[in-house]
Ligand binder design. Structure first.
Ligand code: ZN
Ligand code: ZN
Length: 403
């Protein structure tokens, strides 16, 4: 069976309103994520990656006690027969050379998660907060996660500030040593896609995940994966990453990487986002070398191949423009569409132009269809600024709802 899975979602606060991720929306609680995925997004499996916070653990235990969350035999928690939650934790590591990177570890059950949390408490100053620095290297974190039955996936692997390729190394095999072959998958991040990752040879064995890294409820599902599994559970998820017994990542649905916040090199002095042939070593406009290197620029710099070399097992990578990114779709139109079609996925992939037009008018329907067909012109993002959709009449429209 095929399942829609978004495996990187943050928590803003615990059920009692205590902060978990300061920069994330307060509505992003453990319970609300499951509800949003079930009722509005049409997502089958969510990986919540701030679960090692004792504040979140308390929420999870309460939901298990009240029967709202049902522990599954294969690991994971079932919510209302609709959504499976996989418990995860994103942690920041530091290499001996100083580079920092993020890694998401996923755990079968609350027991394994609590064991991981208890160990990490020794290394993290405030284990209640999200994506905290632990001072360990990525290889050291891997051993702890593995010891707690976790599966670790390096996160948003190419972004400039906190990622393996963006901030630490040219080859992850070097960073992880022996552990590299015990890592089944990597996460691409919003500014990269499979075509770019497949220019690096050491990734050919790895499954690729495209996840939302959502810091607010509407952003859940802006990237997701279609996984072939027998059922939605932790054990099946792990098998899919390892491509065992016919389980696999069947397809990735992600943003066109130009819409990501770090696609091209950005000048910190004059704000220019590079346009020319990558890699760009200095600002094209003011010559400054005070730059934040773009994901595309970095990949071209370290690539083994000038063209993508997708391995046999790689599924298709499908671009999608989430409704939030479509010019003209405000919150009123968004709610009307979701109420009419049941979920954002149904609007993005199934609803016809005529049906969308009836719900929100012809103009918006045209834009949604143009986005679906890849007909919107895009201007690349960089330095923490999202890319933009540019409508056909060339009047530039800033993407709504995005900081
Ligand atoms: Zn991160
Ligand atoms: Zn400049």
């Amino acid at each position: 069976m095929l399942f829609v899975c978004d495996m990187h979602i943050h928590i803003g606060s615990a059920g009692n309103r205590q902060a978990v991720k300061v920069t994330a929306s307060k509505d992003l609680t453990f319970a609300n994520i499951a509800k949003e995925a079930a009722e509005r997004k049409g997502i089958d499996v969510v990986g919540i990656i701030d679960c090692a916070s004792p504040r979140v653990i308390a929420d999870i235990e309460e939901m298990i006690d009240t029967g709202e969350m049902l522990p599954l035999d294969g690991g994971g928690l079932r919510y209302r027969e609709a959504v499976t939650v996989i418990l995860g934790s994103e942690v920041e590591t530091r290499e001996p050379g100083g580079g920092m990177s993020h890694h998401c570890s996923y755990f079968p059950d609350i027991r394994a998660l609590k064991a991981f949390s208890a160990i990490m408490e020794q290394y993290i100053t405030n284990v209640n907060l999200s994506s905290q620095a632990c001072g360990l290297s990525a290889a050291e974190l891997f051993r702890i996660a593995e010891g707690c039955e976790g599966v670790m996936v390096p996160a948003h692997c190419f972004t400039p500030h906190k990622s393996p390729y963006g901030a630490c190394v040219e080859r992850m095999a070097k960073m992880f040593g022996d552990a590299w072959e015990r890592i089944p998958a990597i996460e691409l991040g919003l500014s990269a896609d499979a075509f770019l990752a497949d220019r690096i040879q050491e990734l050919s064995d790895k499954s690729l995940l495209s996840n939302s890294d959502a810091h607010s409820l509407p952003k859940i599902g802006r990237e997701y994966n279609i996984l072939q599994m027998e059922q939605a559970s932790f054990a099946e998820f792990a098998k899919a990453l390892w491509r065992q017994d016919g389980r696999r990542v069947e397809a990735n649905f992600g943003l066109d990487p130009r819409l990501g916040k770090y696609h091209r090199t950005y000048c910190e002095d004059c704000g220019h986002i590079a346009l020319g042939e990558p890699p760009v070593p200095a600002c094209e406009r003011c010559n400054s070398t005070n730059i934040t290197r773009g994901v595309l620029d970095r990949i071209v710099q370290i690539a083994d191949y000038a063209e993508p070399h997708p391995p046999e097992h790689r599924g298709p990578y499908q671009y999608q423009v989430p409704l939030q990114f479509v010019p003209g779709v405000g919150s009123v139109a968004l709610n009307r569409l979701i109420n009419r079609f049941g979920s954002e996925m149904a609007v993005l992939h199934q609803a016809t132009r005529a049906e969308i037009g009836q719900a929100v008018g012809e103009k918006v329907a045209d834009l949604i269809i143009a986005a679906r067909e890849g007909a919107l012109r895009l201007q690349a993002g960089g330095g923490g600024r999202y890319g933009r959709a540019v409508t056909k009449d060339t009047s530039q429209i800033r993407l709504p709802g995005i900081s």
